[in-house]
Write a protein that binds this ligand. Sequence first.
Ligand code: CAA
Length: 313
Amino acid sequence: MKLRHPDAARQISRAAIIGAGQMGLGIAYVTALHAKVPLTLHDPSPSVLSSSLKRLDKLFERDVEKARISREEAEAARARITGRQGDGTEGGLEGEDVDLVIEAIPEIPDLKIKLFSRLSALLPPPTILGSNTSSISLTRLAAAASREEGQSLTNTNEGNAQAGRVVGIHFFNPVPQMKLVEVIPALQTSPETLERAREFGKACGKEVTTSADSPGFIANAILMPMINEAIIVLEKGIATKEDIDTTFRLGMAHPMGPLALADLIGLDTCLHIQRVLLQETGDTKYRPAGLLVRMVDAGWVGRKVGKGFYEYD
Ligand code: CAA
C-alpha cells in the first residue's frame, strides 16, 4: 500500500507495552509474532508479570503444537519480549529508543491521564503514545500528554507535537483470536500518527477500522448497552443466565452469549466502561445494572478470578 505521509513509512522497530494483564499480554503476543517487533512488557506487579510471561510461553508452545508456526519462529517471537517490573515511567523507559508505546492499564481515567502525562515527559516525539482504552477520550489523553507539571503547552509547537502522537489502538479479547483493531484519532492526532497506528494494526495481522473519538467508539457504544440489558434481564428474573446466553448463541449466532462475554471481558472492565459512557454522554441508557455493580463489589469479576456469572476452573 502506498503511504500518504512520508513519516508514516517509518517502521516501528521497538515497542513498549504497559500493563501485562490479559490485554497487554495479548498485544505483546501479536506484536512479537506477527509484527515481529521487539518489545518490553511492563507491569508494576511481579506476580502479574511473571504469570503473563508464563502464559506467553504456553501460547507460543500451543502454536507450535498446532503446527501454526515452527519452533524457530516461536522462539524468535518469544525472544522479542522482555518483561520489566514497573509502570514504564520509573526506572523503565527513560532513555529508551522506542517508536511505539501502548498502554493497557485498567480502564480508569485518572490512571491513564497520569500515565500519559508522565510518558510524554519521558519519551520525546515522534514516539507514538498509543492507548488500548475501550472508552476513555483520546482527546483528553492527548491533552494530558501536552501538559508539563501543571503547565499547558496547548497551541505551542511542542504541545502540538506532544499531543499529535497520541492515538487509540484498541484490541479485542482474546487478542490472538480477535481479528480487529479499532484505531481512534484524538482531535489533536496528526495524520502521520493515525496512519502509522493503522499500519501497525495491520502488521499485527488485524483488520483495522477507524472511529472518531466519541464515547465507546464503535464497538463499546453498541456492545456495552447489549451486555447491560442482558444483566437487567437476568436481574429481573425474566430468564436464567443459560437461556439468555443460549438465545444469543443459537438465535443470533454469536460465538458466546452476553453474560459469558461479560465474564470474558471482566465485569470490572464492563463497569468502568459503562461509567465512562454514562459520565461522558449523560445518557441513562449507559447506567450500569445494579447487579453488575454488586458483582464487582463482591469481587466476582469474571474468568480472571474464576467466578463471574459462571464459574471457571
Ligand atoms: N482467553 C484467551 N484465549 C482463549 C480464551 C480466553 N478466555 N478462550 C478461548 N481462547 C482460545 C482457545 O485457547 C483457542 O486457542 P487455540 O486455537 O490456540 O487452541 C481458541 O481461543 C478457540 O477456543 P475454543 O476452540 O476453545 O473455543 P471457541 O471456538 O468457542 O472460541 C472464543 C472461543 C474465541 C473466545 C469465541 O467464543 C469468541 O470469539 N467469543 C467472542 C469474543 C468477543 O466477542 N471478544 C470481544 C470482546 S469486546 C473487547 O474485548 C473489547 C472491549 O473493549 C471490551
